[in-house]
Write a new protein. Structure first.
Length: 137
């Protein structure tokens, strides 16, 4: 299993909407590196749901339920999407400020490649975020 971080602007697609829907498609990614990350995802992989621009924090955990497939929002048919489902909201959100100040997390792709909407997370980083989030509750 691999770990990921996926960003969404909460005024466009918030965590609560994914929870309400029970599932969703991670579409609209138009960066080639982020798209390659989507292509690398496997069913069962876990991902942090990160609110970008507003909130700027990790708020929940998702699971990939369907591997990369054609993104119907891409008229040129070059980009892919994955399907996801919510697993659980974090008891305590983990802010970008906390991540940048943490010795284990300050080198995350989230920090080093801040404009990337889909990025890998190491197992060590995954476990550290869960510690900060008081997981399990």
């Amino acid at each position: 299993m691999a770990y990921w971080l996926m960003k969404s602007e909460p005024d466009v697609y918030p965590w609560d909407k994914l929870v309400k829907d029970g599932k969703g498609n991670w579409d609209g990614v138009r960066n080639y590196q982020a798209a390659n990350n989507l292509k690398a995802m496997k069913s069962g992989d876990k991902a942090f749901f990160y609110h970008s621009n507003i909130g700027i924090e990790i708020v929940g955990i998702m699971e990939v339920t369907k591997e990369a497939h054609l993104d119907p929002t891409d008229e040129k048919k070059r980009f892919v999407m994955v399907s996801v489902k919510p697993v659980k909201a974090l008891k305590k959100t983990v802010t970008l400020k906390q991540i940048k100040e943490d010795a284990v997390l300050k080198h995350m792709a989230l920090v080093k490649q801040s404009r990337l909407s889909v990025s890998p997370v190491t197992e060590k980083e995954w476990k550290r975020v869960l510690e900060l989030a008081a997981w399990p509750d």
